[in-house]
Every structure is written in structure tokens, then in C-alpha cells.
Design a protein. Sequence first.
Length: 749
Amino acid sequence: MSSSNDIILSIAVPTPLRQLFDYLPPKGVDPALLQPGMRVQVQFGPRRMLGIIEAIKDQSDCPPDKLRHASGILENSPVLPENIMSLCRWAAGYYHYSLGETLSLALPQALRQGKPASAGTITLWKSTCELNDALRKQLKSAKRQLQALELIHTAPQGISEVELKEAGISKTILTNLAKKQLVSCYELEVHNKPFDSASDSASDSVSPLLRQAPLTLNPEQQFALEGILETPSFHPVLLEGVTGSGKTEVYLQAIAATLKAGRQALVLVPEIGLTPQTIERFRKRFRVPVVCIHSGLSDGERLQSWLAASRTSAGILIATRSGVFTPMPKLGLIIIDEEHDGSYKQQDTLRYNARDLAIYRAKMADCPVVLGSATPSLESLQNARTGRYSHLQMKSRAGGAKAPTIELLDIRQQLLTDGFAQPILDRMQRTLQQGHQVMVFLNRRGYAPSLICHDCGTISDCPHCDAHMTLHRQPPHMHCHHCDYQTAIPWACPACHSKKLQPAGQGTERSEQVLSQLFPDYPVLRVDRDSTRRKDALPALLDQINEGKPCILLGTQMLAKGHHFPGVTLVAIINADGGLFSSDFRGLEKTGQLIMQVAGRSGRGQMPGHVIIQTHNPQHPALQMISMNDFTRFANSLFSERQHLCLPPCGYLAVFRTESAYTQDGLALLKQLRERVLQHFGEMSALTPLGPLPAIMEKRQGRFRQQLLLQSSERPILHRVLNDLVGYLDGLKLPRHLRWTLDVDPQEM
Ligand code: ADP
Ligand code: ZN
Ligand code: ZN
């Protein structure tokens, strides 16, 4: 024991070890300056690492001669405030993960790497010309440049490069404008002074906070808004509103009220939901700074957003999953848009669900939290049923648009033209002729999901995974979508040497080719991960769509979310069947949600929308309910099934997964865990181990994957067992090629 008047730092170091480490304060640093939440440099074994002070104590269990001094501190005030520290402690406990790694994940990459927590400078672009008709005419063929110029003109002091980038304007466009001497840029030091909800009022403004007047809410929206603003203290609200019911308008008005009260708002969005359109809608409405955190930004830009939120200079933060860890000292409202979306769950390292952490966060900040969706998760519906969340519904579309009609098209025994049934092609033709747009949804990118030998039936498989290789034509190659392995297209069958290799099935690339041939008079715009890889590809595609001319939009789920395409009146869903018989217990739920989201893209403008679902299973009860636009009944049917099987949200799950070079090693380890559960907790009927079993794709990236599922009707029991098992696993010495992970509340099996 060290003497009691010593100061000992308990430091969280980013290692998988589930423990804290004691250090003495760095030499030459006044110990009175030290506070939890500060970054410190420490020597950890042979390595120098960056840790976070978790606590300051006066005693250590470590013998005094073993205690080392930390090497130095990186700042004079904590980067992580106490409430983020507690959020991380809670997450580390709940997901049974190392606190050091959890805290490290909570930091933006730049701070994790030891960069200073200062914003530095930002690049601002300013107009140096008058935007008159002559100039507009001159730039007529350079549409993006004109758009950029118009945006820059809205801000006399200039507009930041990040904001322009988020509006879909690339650096190239800006440099081209600069070459024409129409704009110039300058660097501005960032001061991060707190946003002001009262001052800054321009004479032409609607209010000091708003640039643009709010819409007049319809009664459903008004009721929802009042439900959210009922009290400024903690209360979760499930806002179930059909697509186009005006949820976003409700968010905007709830945020306005929050800002007016001098508080900040956090808006979480799914990964592919953070479109330029969404960001623009917020920036157009509000005068206070709106910052974003998403994967399209550089580390430096993300740090600036993070600091702006932390120092309350931003009033609104719009962010994907990891944004839930951003400090916001005046947090007064959290919105989780599309709360059912799978991207809120992180699938590696700390397997957290940002939606659940957001609820915890709202509780700490004592503020309202809104979970919005047209197709809520069963978890949230359950919370609404039991009264833990209030449940507000918006059943009709705002602004007069009608709900789309949904038709199930039975394709059994029908002749298909490259995957398309004739009635769909006919309807597409008519729709296009009427001058409307058509959206074709196919959740498979590439040319064809596999390449098959016509003579012997051999399919090209990935050598590293239990999966087929996908055929791509642009550029020509074979690609495994599970491990990224790529090879040339084989010219002969490896089994029988036949040269009759044929694409099997439909991918978006192939459909693009087919549709271009069938509808030569109309452009086919493909939107998927491959076609939008280039930075400005997506904005350019969206621009073309928004021109409103008749065209065919063809895409994967990238098209399904967040976009508002008023010109689309027909949506065709080509392969809905795949998801109906998934081995994952959530498969049907996800398929239903996806279909309803896609269907929700149609008829959002003045014209009514129609949806056609091609299926071999028109009698399937789920499809029947969906075709009646009845999500509630669909959800209820899923509920009874889950209840019966004691699956979430009617039971609790955790899964241990192993990955190993040899299949038997993982199995043996999981068997040990199972034995231990039965031995130590056998008397608890409330817990059932299932497995070990091979994962759905047993071999992936050359490694064998097994899993053990633990199922319980009571959460505390499950966590007691998990604690024991994790402790047990930590005490084992495992071979290097064998890894295990724990996933609490798994989204995917
Ligand atoms: P959601 O987020 O539920 O899909 P949005 O908020 O995007 O719906 O609204 C759909 C469309 O309806 C948008 O074009 C929006 O401008 C319009 N809208 C929303 N609320 C109103 C309202 N109260 N009056 C008129 N139009 C509205
Ligand atoms: Zn063959
Ligand atoms: Zn593979």
C-alpha cells in the first residue's frame, strides 16, 4: 500500500483488458490540476499509450515500488465531461467491454491520436462578384458551379468549406470558380463562442433563431409536437408516423423550441440517411450553427464539429451512430430518426446500440428523447405498450399527398424478361409516358449474384468464405461482398472446363443494362455503392432525379431511405422473396420495414403513388399485411411469434462468437462455456444456452465462425451469467488464432 496522502491516478487505457491501471501523477505537473476525463500519456509495458483519467484516488493496491509516473497530460481541462464518462462506464458494463477502449471510441479519431483539442482554423469561401443574370447565363452549362455560387451568396461573410462539401459541392468546383475569379477563400480562426438564441437578428429575419418560417402544422403534427414539448424533462416519445407524414417538420419545430430555451439538440440519423438534402433542410431553417459528424468528413473536420458541440457554439449536431458520445453541455433534446434502422448497432469492437445509449443519455441530461419511424422496431413498440414510452401516431401524409397503393404481383409460372414480369414493364412504360418517374428496387449490387456453369452446375465460390462470388461488369471482375476478395472472371469452369459460364440471377448492373435496352428513350440512373463510389457521383445523380424529368431510378437500399423524390409515382420491388424466409429471426421484420420504406418513396408529391411487389409467395401473411399498408397488424403478428419463442423484445439475448483458423477450437471453447452455464446456473430455468452452432456463414475471410446463444426471460439474470463467463474467459490463456467476442442484444444472428 502506498501512503495515504499520495495522489494516485486510476487510468483507463485502450486495451482489451477489463481493468483500470494505477499511475502516479506526471512529474512536474501540479496534481491539483488533474481531473477525471483528461487525456494522459503513459508507458504501458513496452508501449506508450494515451489513457484517460478515470478517477483520482489516494491509495493503490499496487505496491509503491511498482507504481510508475504517467508521462504527461495533454490538456488543462477534461476533454470528456463527467456525463460522457458515466455514459461510457454504463456502456462498458452493459456490453461487457473494456472501459479504456470504450472511452477511446468516445473520442474523435484526432483526439485519440493525441492531437490537441483545439479547433484551429476553417476555410471560408466568399463571393467576389455580383450574381446577376448575365453571370447566370454564362454558367448555365456549369450547373454545379452556379449552385455553389448561389449558396455562397447567401452568406456575406463567407461559407465554410465543410458546409459546401455537405451540400454536395466538391473542392474542384470551388477551385474552378476561383480560377474564374468569382470566389475567393480565406482562413478563419475558430473561437467556438457559445451560440446565442437571442441576438444576431437580421432585420429581414423571421426570428433571431430561424431563417425560414415554420410550416403550419396539421392537427396530428400539432399533437405530436405538444407531446414532445409537454415537459422539458426526461420522457421518451415514440413518434410513429407513416412516410411523408411530416415527422421532420415536427423535429424542426421541437428543435426550435429547444434552442429558444437556450439548449442544444442532438439529431441521430442512420448511416445512409445523412444526405445533403437532410442537412440542407436543417441549415435552411436555422440561423444557429448546425454541425455534422459522419464518415464523409476528414478527421480534422470531425474534430471541429465535435468541439463546436462540446463548447456549445453549435446549437444542433446531426450525427450518425458515434455522435451519441459527443459532449453537449446544454443538451435539451435528442431525436433518433428512423429509430428501427440497423445501422444504430455497431457490429464490431464495442457492439453498442446508439438508440439505447441515446435513451440513457437523455435520462442523464433530463431531456425529452424522440424515436421517430414509419416502421418502429419491436423493441420500441414494446416499450410503448408497457407505458415506458409515450406513443404518438401520425397516420396521414402531410401536405395532401395520399398513401400509395400496394399491389402483390404473383409471378409464379410467369415468363420473366431478365427478371421483370410483363405487367411491371407495361406499367413502367405507361408511367414514363405520363411524364413521371419510376423507381426499381433491387437489393443486390453487381451484375449477377453468381456465375454458374451451364454444363455441370458448378457455381463460382469465394475461396475464403461460404459464399458465392458476385459477377461485376464495370469493371469486369468477380467480387466477394463478404471479404472483399477479387479475381478475374474465369474463362472456363474449374470443375469440368466447360466454357459455358453464365450469370445467374439479377444484380443492379445487369438490370441497368436490361432496362436501358427495354426503355431506350429514358435515362436509367443506378444508385448503389458501386455507382456512387466517386465523391460527387451521388449529388450529381440526385440533381438529375430532382429535375423531375421521366426516368428510371434503379437502386439498392441506398435509395430507400431519407430521400424525397416528388416525381416518383411508381415503385417496383423486384426480389422481395429473399427476405421472407431468412434464418435470422429478425429477417421478416427487416424485410417488412424495408418494403414499407421503399414503398414510402412513391407518390410523395402531388400525384398518387403505386407500388408493385413481384413475388412467388403472394399468400405470405406478412406480404398480405404489408400490401394493406398495415404495419401495426404486421408488427402484432411478429410480436406473438416472439412471445411464443421468448425472443426479443419478449426475451433477452446475448451471443458469444468465436473465430478461429480451425473449426474445432472455437467449438471446444463454446462448449466449455455451455458446460459452465449448466454447472453454475443450471438451476435457473430463466436462462437457456443454445448451441454451440456454426454461424450462418461458417467460413468467412478464411476463418471458421461458431456461436453460442444465451437466451433469458430476465435481463438481470442474463447479465449475471455474462459477468461470470467474461471473467472466466479473461482468466483463460487462449491460442492466438482463436478469438472470442460477446454481442449483447445482437441485431444479426
Ligand atoms: P417524414 O419525415 O415523415 O417522411 P417530411 O417531414 O419529410 O415527412 O414531410 C413530407 C413532405 O410534407 C415534405 O415535403 C414537407 O415539406 C411536407 N410537409 C410536412 N409538414 C407539412 C405541413 N404541416 N404542411 C404542408 N406540408 C408539410
Ligand atoms: Zn462445369
Ligand atoms: Zn469471401
